[in-house]
Design a protein around this ligand. Structure first.
Ligand code: A2P
Length: 274
């Protein structure tokens, strides 16, 4: 056997904080989800994000913030990502296969956590595009159903196919017996799913912001008097422009923005990788 030379040892691929890809699913030519092994030491709160990535061409880690789409109790970690053809990370990340390694820094953070909200009766999850990811986690989190009587998830995408990851996930949640055991019988009846599209015909069209402003959402869901600061809580995850517009709407209803250190009526996070 040949001794390993110093140069070879330095060159050997050593991914810091590496995790193994276990599953990859492509939803559209712009969207995919994947699962990876979970570091034994990683504890997080459903709704938080971590930095993940690959080694760049220069040998340095190329990392981006990704919301963890799986719940805190899951033994693996799930992520939901856009594919940007000339994006430094996602142009490469979209080609991962089961067995490949990615880098995952085990330091979860984020504001879309139950601790950042005051107690309420009804929670709204407002998502656009891949902003659905933290809610994929929170919709599988028992505390969501312990804390609230009603859980409304709105998801606005350009096209119908972009809703599919969320639609399937909610259908699975509703049918999963294991989840029912974990969350308590009847938990799924609390979920109200409100998908909309903006650039392709679908049963419900339009930006959620417009549908909130003209009252369509409340009429569709049979909610009297709209959103109220006493009873309603909200979490928001989408593009900067979307977050800005929803924030103004929620403040118009009298809700104020909270944080981990200052729980209030709503919290916001940007859907990161664009
Ligand atoms: P629209 O098609 O009218 O721009 P994107 O793919 O650009 O991230 O957008 C995802 C979805 O979010 C699209 O349906 C888009 O609608 C919608 N959207 C983008 N900006 C806003 C905003 N400021 N308020 C409400 N919806 C928005």
């Amino acid at each position: 056997m040949r001794p390993v030379t110093e140069a070879a040892a330095i060159k050997a691929p050593t991914l810091p904080d590496s995790q193994t890809v276990t599953q990859v699913k492509h939803w559209t030519d712009r969207l995919f989800s994947f699962r990876v092994t979970r570091p034994a030491s990683l504890r997080f709160r459903s709704g938080e994000f971590v930095m993940i990535g690959l080694l760049g061409d220069n040998g340095k880690p190329l990392l981006r913030a990704y919301s963890i789409a799986s719940p805190a109790w899951d033994e693996e970690l799930e992520f939901y990502s856009i594919k940007v053809q000339d994006g430094p990370l996602t142009s490469k990340l979209q080609h991962i296969q089961p067995g490949d390694e990615i880098i995952l820094r085990p330091k979860p953070v984020g504001t879309l956590v139950h601790d950042a909200l005051l107690p309420g009766k009804r929670i709204w999850f407002f998502a656009t595009g891949t902003g659905f990811a933290p809610f994929a986690s929170l919709l599988r989190e028992p505390q969501t159903y312990e804390d609230y009587d009603e859980v409304i998830i709105t998801h606005t995408c350009r096209e119908v196919a972009e809703l599919e990851y969320g639609r399937q996930l909610i259908e699975e949640i509703r049918q999963d017996e294991l989840l029912a055991e974990l969350m308590g019988e009847g938990f799924a009846d609390k979920i109200r799913y409100y998908p909309t599209t903006t650039r392709e015909e679908s049963p419900r069209m339009g930006r959620i912001t417009e549908l909130l402003k003209d009252g369509t959402v409340f009429a569709d869901l049979g909610i009297d008097g709209g959103i109220k600061a006493e009873t309603d809580r909200a979490m928001v995850c989408g593009s900067l422009a979307f977050n800005h517009d929803i924030k103004a709407i929620l403040e118009g209803f009298g809700l104020t923005e909270g944080a981990n250190s200052d729980p209030r009526e709503f919290v916001i996070e940007k859907a990161f990788v664009g």
